[in-house]
Design a protein around this ligand. Structure first.
Ligand SMILES: [Zn+2]
Length: 371
């Protein structure tokens, strides 16, 4: 290519770019100058009618807000809240207008009302029945935030400054700000595979899971809920294939059986010690028919050796089980490490829990419980 032609192309490109930049600048300036005006809205006819009929001289045309417009239109206008209506961002949601009047009545200001609508619907409804709550802005992004626990979060955070706000919320939701076994909560649907049972959640004395079947390798009639028993068989077959010699000891335990076990442990070791390794009756995963204790008959002096434990740890989720009681989980579960105790959750959920690295308690609160 000739040098002249090359130069011409470069000059032309520069000119083109310059023109483009100028065009963008002009569009930007137009928007800046006229933008506000073009988006300016005026009260709807229905709203103006209400303003005139009620002689609301305090409502100025310049003060337009969609929220106020809708409030007027729907005959929900209350003079005392005029300033607040103007600052509340309009949302096209059911009961939005009646709700804002209710929140304003409780004593919230516009900015707080705007924040309330960033909360879950469950929390929004709870707030309607609570006295005015203190500032919860810092919890807005927290998925499992429960407005009912606000004061407890603050108190727990003050005592546990090293914990992140997310941890504080989860721990308090799990009632870990209270002693174990304080204010126990009755489990409503214990037949659900996802059921969380722990030192704060219990099942009734007479609860017996549906579909209990005897485990394929059981020597003592150990049973689990069928779906878990089937998964257990696949789990053991895989373990056997990899050269392990695992077998089941106990699985489902009735309330009365757990009661006998626990009572004996207490007699032997005292209540405090017994609580670290045995569940009080009604709070055992074994009563759900979803847990099984493993044993390796070739290991002497303990239930499993390190090789067994490693394999279980790395593989059980693939068959729908999780290790519920690990060393690092002790502060949350309140139980010492139990490498032999596995809990059925189904492959999908067990995999998610495994990948999260969380206790099932935390996982449940974050992803299964609804707030
Ligand atoms: Zn167990």
């Amino acid at each position: 290519m000739k040098r002249k032609t090359k130069r011409r192309i470069i000059r032309f490109t520069i000119l083109l770019l310059g023109l483009l930049i100028i065009a963008f600048l002009i569009i930007f300036l137009i928007k800046l100058i006229f933008g506000n005006n073009t988006s300016q809205k005026y009260y709807s006819e229905e709203a103006i009618k209400v303003i005139k009929e009620n002689n609301l001289t305090q409502v100025y045309k310049d003060d337009y807000s969609k929220t106020l417009d809708e409030i007027l239109k729907n005959n929900l206008y209350q003079d005392a809240y005029l300033e607040e209506y103007l600052k509340i961002d309009y949302l096209d949601e059911t009961d939005f207008l009646t709700k804002i009047n209710q929140y304003l009545e409780i004593g919230y200001k516009a900015e707080e009302v705007n924040n309330i609508f960033k909360l879950s619907n469950i929390n929004q409804d709870k707030l309607l029945n609570l006295d005015k709550q203190s500032d919860f802005t810092k919890y807005l992004e927290i998925k499992n935030f429960n407005i009912e626990n606000l004061a407890r979060y603050e108190e727990y955070q003050a005592k546990n400054q090293d914990k992140s706000i997310d941890k504080v919320v989860t721990y308090v939701n799990l009632n870990l700000d209270k002693e174990f076994y304080t204010d126990p909560i009755r489990i409503e649907n214990p037949d659900e595979i996802t059921t969380l049972i722990n030192k704060y959640h219990y099942v009734d004395k007479d609860f017996v899971p549906k579909n209990l079947v005897t485990l394929f390798d059981s020597k003592n009639g150990a049973k689990m809920v069928k779906v878990a028993a089937d998964a257990y068989q696949k789990f053991i077959e895989a373990a056997t294939k990899d050269g392990l010699t695992l077998e089941s000891t106990t699985a489902y335990r009735s309330y009365s059986f757990q009661n006998t076990l626990y009572t004996n442990y207490v007699a032997e070791d005292g209540r405090e010690k017994a609580d670290t390794y045995s569940a009080r009756p009604g709070t055992s995963e074994h009563q759900l028919g979803l847990a099984v204790d493993l044993n390796d008959p070739n290991v002497i002096g303990q239930r499993l050796d390190d090789k067994d434990f490693e394999w279980v740890k790395n593989n059980c989720y693939k068959y729908g089980f999780i290790l519920r009681y690990l060393e690092e989980f002790v502060p949350i579960t309140g139980y010492m490490e139990e490498p032999w105790h596995i809990r059925y959750l189904g492959v999908d959920l067990a995999t998610k829990v495994h990948d999260s690295g969380l206790t099932y308690d935390e996982y449940y609160d974050l992803y299964i419980a609804e707030y």
